[in-house]
Design a protein around this ligand. Structure first.
Ligand SMILES: *Cc1c(COP(=O)(O)O)cnc(C)c1O
Length: 467
């Protein structure tokens, strides 16, 4: 006898048909099923998926292999010449990584994606695909501290000049700092941790007037909340270690390239317009047209600098991506409840959450983040560092950690950790005070988080002078 875990499909559909006939009155005008491309939740589960060629595995297998066998001499030559698009070596491409690249490209509405080992690597390779010594990068001032350090210290040593826009919410401030040799603009969709939103479309328009691309770090919004390519951005970068992975188990990064990136000007991007022996004497633009930037970045920047992601980590991130919309909706809902609760508390001086009606970014949040404002923000306590210390030492459910976008709620004191090397004046300019605490709200029951925060605020109150 054959055992069926479920009734065979035919029985089930017979049952369904009978059942429906008995409850649904015959109606010749059935409601129309809406036409259109698949929605986000469908794409996050199915986008770019292919049934495994070997055994038909539904979930993309983990191809933990350094290299791939060539059938014969001719195939090896063809693969190296780019005439056969099979795999060669996992630093260049790997099927597990490629599956996640296809899915992220779909979710961001981009043409292609390149997966790398961390968000830091993604920012690095996306920009080194555009910039060389003598070029200028114009970046929002309030950005992830690792990106800021990369621009100031590492890029400076490569001869790449960088300027930071102090008030990136003001488009004219960007315009004032443009130079003839500016080759890219850089911003974050939800700036970490002070949430001062940038008008992406206006900054993208400015970049295009100047003939250069806008690169947006979309880590804290994720494509579920905001798709920067739909607002004029040309390249999106991610730390996939955060919400995309979601479970805090692996690092990863991604560069997603839009359909319309224009890098054809040989004066602005000479590296794409220079004949190269690897392309038989053609230029990247001649060989790849609109895909010149993504091919150059993959083949010359990523494959040579080597920030390869393990297929095991790509697999874990893929698992996370399949529930992205569910998690981020819950993260945002919890964060909004908590931000509003904190804002009303006497121990709290300020809450920098773009989703609050009181936020200076409220109008931009309504326009760019209608589904929610994410869950990473700063709260500034009365009482300076001692208050922050009491708060952080009192929590029991929140984890004291330098990480964000995890299913678990996390807390960190930027002034003594991520921003400790900055002068006090620089910290204040970045909106980081001694009493500022960064929260990354998880998906726990919000009441349990509020109980933990109440405990922390009680500890703060105990240390404040009596009113
Ligand atoms: C964490 C983070 C990065 C760096 O990503 P890693 O995966 O840690 O290298 C870049 N940008 C933002 C906004 C981040 O939060």
């Amino acid at each position: 006898m054959t055992l069926h875990a479920h009734p065979p499909a035919s029985h089930f559909s017979d049952f369904l048909a009978t059942d429906l006939r008995s409850v649904v009155p015959a109606d010749p005008v059935a409601p129309a099923v809406p036409a259109g491309p698949p929605g986000f939740a469908t794409e996050q589960v199915h986008g770019g998926s292919e049934v495994d060629a070997g055994f038909g595995a539904r979930v993309s297998p983990i191809y933990l292999t350094a290299g791939f066998v060539f059938d014969d001499f001719a195939q090896a030559r063809a693969r190296f010449a780019g005439e056969d698009d099979g795999y060669t070596y996992s630093r260049l491409a790997n099927p597990t990584n490629a599956a996640l690249e296809r899915r992220l490209a779909r979710l961001e509405g981009g043409a292609e994606a390149i997966l790398v080992g961390s968000g830091q690597a993604a920012v690095t390779v996306a920009l080194l695909g555009l910039l060389q010594a003598g070029d200028h990068l114009l970046s929002a001032g309030r950005i992830y501290e690792g990106s800021r350090g990369l621009f100031r210290e590492n890029f400076a040593r490569f001869g790449i000049e960088v300027s930071f826009v102090d008030d990136a919410t003001d488009v004219d401030a960007w315009r004032d700092l443009l130079r003839p040799n500016t080759r890219a603009l850089f911003a974050e969709s939800i700036p970490n941790p002070t949430n001062g939103l940038v008008d992406l479309q206006a900054v993208a328009d400015l970049a295009h007037e100047h003939g250069v691309p806008l690169v947006v770090d979309n880590t804290l919004a994720t494509p579920y909340l905001l798709r920067p390519l739909e607002h004029g951005a040309d390249v999106v970068v991610h730390s996939a270690s955060k919400f995309l992975s979601g479970h805090g188990a692996s690092l990863g990064g991604a560069v997603v390239v839009g359909h319309d990136i224009d890098v054809a000007d040989p004066v602005v991007f000479p590296h794409l317009a220079t004949p190269t022996s690897a392309l038989g004497g053609r230029t990247w633009l001649q060989a790849h047209g609109r895909r010149a930037y993504v091919e150059f970045t993959r083949q010359v920047i990523v494959s040579r600098l080597g920030p390869t992601i393990s297929p095991l980590n790509a697999f874990l991130i893929q698992q996370g991506v399949e529930t992205l919309s569910l998690r981020v909706a819950r993260h945002s809902e919890n964060a909004r409840t908590i931000a509003r609760w904190l804002e009303a508390r006497p121990e709290v001086a300020r809450v920098d959450y773009a989703g609050l009606a009181s936020s200076p970014s409220a109008a931009l949040a309504r326009r760019y983040l209608p589904r929610g404002a994410g869950s990473v923000f700063a709260v500034t306590l009365h009482g300076g560092e001692p208050a922050a210390q009491r708060f952080i030492d009192a929590v029991e459910l929140f984890s004291r950690m330098t990480h964000v976008g995890d299913v678990r709620s996390l807390v960190l004191h930027p002034a003594s950790t991520t921003h400790a090397h900055r002068s006090e004046a620089e910290r204040l300019a970045a909106g980081i005070e001694d009493g500022s605490v960064r929260l990354s709200i998880g998906i726990e029951d919000v009441d349990d988080l509020l109980i933990d925060l109440e405990r922390a605020l009680r500890a703060v109150r105990a240390g404040l002078p009596p009113q």
